[in-house]
Design a protein around this ligand. Structure first.
Ligand code: F6P
Length: 337
């Protein structure tokens, strides 16, 4: 198996569940490829038995390492992986990853590599599954940060702006904003009017409370563009987002005359121990993934539909980016200002 893309809490729980059930019930043997697709590309793997997965359930990150290596972009990359898997007598591959990792898995599956996918991302933006593990942990970390921002904002009568991750989906912002009692939530799906944001801020100050603004890293003002770090792209063509909170900080200060400060949560949201929800979802995904591999259900990925884990075609992982619907966003508006 391998873990690819940005890491997230719960990856180790998946690995543990696959190995524990795979060994105990099916008598399979496992190797773990290191650093996502770099592992099978360079034949870099490590043994993965029950002793290696002891104690890893609550640990954040991934014991296998991760990377954003794109084997499809690499000259002859797919052929090399096919050869290396054959050479190592690997019967099947379980790829644990988001849109990018599972997209590459789909390409390999189309070339007859036996792959089962497990979806992960803190962004929760994969259309095929109701939830991805890692998301709940990220939301809880952001919520706790917002709770803390409220008290310091009140002490100094400041507007505090909290930037959260999520790339082009506002799920973390929306959930953390609601759970943390934010006074404004800004998401990538709906361009925001900075004048209106400042009105909300003024209104909040008028009621003798200090506003907390939660902004998704991909959010953008009307007619503007998303803030990016340096315009560079990763191997899958994604820009590095970030900086909208600092832009807003200046706008709020200039337009309202109130003091404002930005907090960018960044990778804190991806680190540390997973919540119970994520441990359970990750474990169930792992159990169903090894069942699928044992049954020869290749080209499929695990997905949560309601409370059931189902197997869906791997292509569905990348078919649709799941974004926050406008109606859901509007539900939060009653708390703005
Ligand atoms: O997809 C997960 C994610 O954390 C996004 O929310 C964020 O935009 C991106 O990865 C950050 O990537 P990196 O870890 O490469 O900085």
């Amino acid at each position: 198996m391998l873990t690819g893309g940005g890491d997230c809490p719960g990856l180790n729980a998946v690995i543990r569940a696959i190995v524990r059930k795979g060994v105990a019930e099916y008598g399979h043997e496992f190797v773990g490829y290191r650093d996502g697709w770099r592992g099978p590309l360079e034949n870099d793997s490590r043994p993965l038995g029950v002793p290696e997965v002891r104690g890893i359930l609550p640990r954040g990150g991934t014991i296998l390492g991760s990377s954003r290596t794109n084997p499809v972009k690499e000259e002859g990359g797919v052929e090399r992986i096919v050869e290396n898997l054959k050479g190592a007598e690997v019967d099947g591959l379980i790829a644990i990853g988001g849109e990018d990792t599972l997209g590459a898995a789909t390409t390999l599956s189309d070339r007859d590599v036996k792959v089962v996918g497990v979806p992960k991302t803190i962004d929760n933006d994969l259309g095929a599954t109701d939830y991805t593990f890692g998301f709940d942990t990220a939301v809880n970390i952001a919520m706790e940060a917002i709770d803390r921002l409220h008290t310091t904002a009140e002490s100094h009568k400041r507007a505090l702006i909290c930037e959260v991750m999520g790339r082009h989906a506002g799920w973390i912002a929306w959930h953390a904003g609601i759970a943390g009692g934010a006074n404004v939530i800004l998401i990538p799906e709906i361009e925001f009017d900075v004048e209106l944001v400042c009105e909300y801020i003024d209104r909040r100050f008028d009621s003798q409370y200090s506003p907390i603004i939660v902004v998704a890293e991909g959010a953008q003002p009307k007619g503007g563009t998303a803030a990016t770090r340096d315009g560079s792209l990763d191997e899958f063509g994604h820009e590095r987002l970030g900086g909208i909170a600092h832009w807003l900080e200046d706008q709020v200060r200039e337009r309202t005359g109130h003091d404002a400060r930005a907090t960018v949560l960044g990778h804190v949201q991806r680190g540390g121990t997973p919540t119970a929800f994520d441990r359970v979802l990750a474990t169930r995904f792992g159990l169903h993934a090894i069942d699928a591999a044992d049954a020869g259900a290749w080209g499929k990925m695990t997905a949560l539909r309601g409370t059931e884990i189902q197997l869906v075609p791997l292509q569905e992982a990348t078919a649709e980016l799941k974004t926050v619907p406008e109606s859901l966003y509007r539900e939060a508006e009653v708390f703005f200002g």
